[in-house]
Design a protein around this ligand. Sequence first.
Ligand code: SAJ
Length: 427
Amino acid sequence: STVCVHGLGYIGLPTAAMLANYDHEVYGFDVDTELTDRLQSGDVHFDEPGLRAFVTQALNSGQLEITDEVVQAKYHIICVPTPFNETAKEADLGYIERAGSAIIPELREGDTVILESTVPPGTTVDVLQPILEESGLSAGADFALVHCPETVLPGNIISELQQNNRIIGGVNGLSTEAAIRLYDSFVEGNIRTTSDATTAEFVKLIQNTFRDTNIALANEIARLSRDYGIDSREAINLANEHPRVDILQPGPGVGGHCLPIDPWFLGQNSDELDLIANAREVNDNMLTYIMDLLRDELGTLSGKKIAILGVAYKGNVGDTRMSPGLELARQLQVSSEETAAMADGGVAGAAISIHDPKVDDATLSLESLEATITDADGAVLMTDHDEFKDLAASEFVDAMREPVVVDTRGMLDMDEWKDAGTTFCRI
Ligand code: SAJ
């Protein structure tokens, strides 16, 4: 079929290439003409294993065309961002509204419009449908309208696009059927359907909320464990021996563009967020906890140099969106005047240095590992990159002014690091 993919980011670009590599005639559309120019020459703008080759294959076969105009097509797939407005605690649906408006002139009877972006429950029916119906066509009768949430894990996008189970929620049965025909052509997982789009939207949000809440539990367990002088990771691993217990790993809090945001979407049209909102706070407060761990050893942080190892939001990716490492850097540098507004009210005022072998970002003044830890008073391991498994305790002891090391990912061997002479603590 002909498919027009709207939005060529983390989801849209791999999806467009996937469909093209499965012989659909695909038009990848984006409003950002600088981006479409780059993509036309096969220059992929973000780091994802295998993606460049995958996109190149699609372009070379002639099945994928990158365009800066919306194209008439049997299927329109909307993969635009839904940024979160921190202050209003609300999703910004502007990109979806603009994508919907751009489809109107190209929409024909028998076409299918699929929303993949993560959205607050009700968006497909209450926001997108009225816009599309300005065409004079009616959803469910003249054209199919569905929500089919994306579920791929950054770092593993291409294989999860194929392997994951998908949920399709159409505004009616005919809509659902139309979307199944498209996804069936490349999805190897199961395709599950629901009779309404709002349920599909809700399901996606509770999946990410489950993970965020589970991590919050792990983080609270880590804090409890410290008070009892035990190792939280050993306790969690043993607890998970039970056939019906599956606790995730504690860490520096939760980053990325999904888990820290999606739980709030559930509260957009409801007042019922309680545990879910608390879990968000528990995760965000891990940064305060890390700064308290540093203060326990260093006294004040004011004027101290803290080395931050890892500003990607998770291991082995170069993505820094909502990253705990960057947020820690920000909070450590907060001066006394600004501190009043901070959660813990404590004065930080530290100097920071940052090392991340996976991140490529000129705005961050990243340094080599050696420069980062030289003369530092504290070092915090924030991201579980494979490279960090090989960190050598002796190098830290030699380079740092005071070898206080906080391992928020449980990657380093505690006994070895203590024996080497560091003041070591781990979450
Ligand atoms: N994290 C922990 N402890 C853990 C696991 C993760 O602290 O045990 C942290 C990570 O370090 C990271 C954050 O959580 O900061 C999120 O990482 P992640 O790997 O859990 O998830 P994302 O954000 O990369 O991708 C999630 C996935 N959702 C679920 O697994 C339910 C993915 O499948 C979704 O497609 C994606 O969100 C999305 O786009 O919604």
